[in-house]
Ligand binder design. Structure first.
Ligand code: ZN
Length: 215
């Protein structure tokens, strides 16, 4: 059992931080929260990794209300995942976001695990698609160090998710209806804090296949 006092302190800190955060925002803009409470009109849907070192809003300096966020281990978009599909549908059809950004990060533990030996657990089941990407890319990666292989696979994983998004019926319909919607692939470097564009942006159905297969 955990020590009662220990966890009380940890949790108390969150509320202290929250009050400070509210004060800071109110000092900057006293109408911020009242304006925000009436609506959300984010232009971006961010699909990123759950890794605690890759905070969505923070690293692109975006205030609350500006980014609709979905995060899971290794930023995957699986066609059988109701959660991510519902997020994408809501973002595209209701919020009408203009950009969907898949953001991976170098040194991703989920991607790393997909290179290693398989384990019969839930996480292994979740990252199974990455094992498939690795098998496909393996011969081209063999001259790289293990870390370089992981980083290259992190990039490949992002590109594959951009491709997966292009095939979701909601996305195809949005493009067919003339909705302005671009899908992007970014990668974040935990070592220096910089975000990089993988330049695999797709903004229409015709370009979907050729744009993502270039890389
Ligand atoms: Zn990760």
């Amino acid at each position: 059992m955990c020590n009662h006092n220990d966890y009380e302190e940890d949790i108390k800190q969150l509320f202290i931080n929250n009050s400070q955060w509210v004060d800071e925002i109110n000092q900057r803009d006293e109408l911020f929260f009242s304006n925000l409470s009436t609506q959300q009109t984010p232009e971006y849907l961010w699909i990123g990794c759950s890794d605690s070192r890759v905070p969505a809003n923070e690293l692109v300096k975006m205030d609350p209300g500006m980014v609709f966020v979905h995060r899971n281990i290794a930023n995957l978009v699986n066609s059988g995942d109701m959660n991510v599909l519902a997020v994408i549908q809501y973002a595209v059809e209701i919020l009408k976001v203009k950009h969907i950004i898949v953001t991976g990060h170098y040194g991703c533990g989920g991607v790393q695990a997909a290179i290693n030996t398989s384990n019969p657990d839930l996480i292994d089941n979740w990252i199974r698609p990455i094992r498939k990407y690795y098998q496909r890319a393996k011969s081209g990666l063999k001259n790289l160090s293990t870390d370089e292989q992981v980083d290259r696979l992190c990039e490949i994983n992002v590109i594959e998710q951009v491709r997966n998004i292009c095939y979701i019926p909601v996305i195809k319909k949005a493009w067919r209806d003339g909705q302005a919607l671009s899908i992007h692939g970014f990668i974040y470097d935990i070592k220096d804090g910089h975000l990089h564009n993988l330049n695999v942006t797709v903004d229409n159905a015709d370009d979907a296949e050729k744009a993502v297969s270039r890389k």
